[in-house]
Ligand binder design. Sequence first.
Ligand code: TRP
Length: 335
Amino acid sequence: MRKRALTGIKPTGTPHVGNYVGAIRPALALTSKYDAYYFIADYHALTTVTDPVELTQLTYEVAAAWLAMGLDLNEVTLYRQSDVPEVFELSWILGCVAPKGLMNRAHAYKAIVAEAERQGRRGVDATVNMGLYGYPVLMAADIILMSSDVVPVGQDQAQHVEIARDLAEKFNFIFGDVLTVPQVSIRPTAATILGRDGRKMSKSFGNVLPLFAESDELLATIRRFKTDSTAPDEPKEPESTGLFQIYREIASPGETEKVKDALEGGRMSWMGLKDVTFELLDHFLVEPRQRYRDLMSDPGQIRRILLEGAEKARPEAVDLLARVRTSIGREDYER
Ligand code: TRP
């Protein structure tokens, strides 16, 4: 049997080129090898997104983005976390074997506390909701509920997956061998794309290149990428701008080599790079953009797709949860 790979996508921003290169494309590349379960972690987003219209919109945008970029529903079970409510019961149960100190050490939580302290804010405890604090427990439940073997994530989520391992092992130690202990699979970090201002492309920096912008907006955003003041005919450092990275990720190695040589040899201006990058991306995105537009104009269709995914995932969730319930001493319910 193929091993199961599961990953969650937190819907907190409109999908951008960095998401595609860094997360969507590598995850789609795994789907031929693994039994892939990919889901939209909408209740994880609820720890920070408190506008109901926005939460729905972002959930649909993320689902539409993955579908538009080539997610094949015959290969992947795609669902929305909150459509599989068994996860919340498992989350509570795992919370009961999770030491509080383990949560204190979670990077994401520590980062929030550090940032609040940096701003000199007092009463950090009042601003960190319990959802944020218990975030790794729900994430462990996501993983364990589906008996996942492998969890492909970026480096920033590796510790959370380690926590899931710890909780699965601890549960098994106390209640018997019921849970699959997952393994982390860290994506190569080579594909960190720089944004418009030269920092990592990220929604929180407001420096992103949206994946599904119309051509004119795409061009305008590419034009606004920061480049240094090297003259058109001077040698340039290709890696100094995210545009070259984007070009390289999409173009063939041969095309990339040519552009690199031209930049380094002072035969291509930054403006020239902007033009070729736009041409390449605009062409690459013609079909995905159309698919994305079609999906977003019919939210009912996205809703149906996600529900169908949940229908496939739920029987397994119910099954695992039944075994968990039995092992903790709660008699199973009639199914
Ligand atoms: N925390 C992950 C992120 O922010 C999203 C996520 C939620 C996840 N549940 C998961 C990832 C389970 C992998 C497995 O990117």
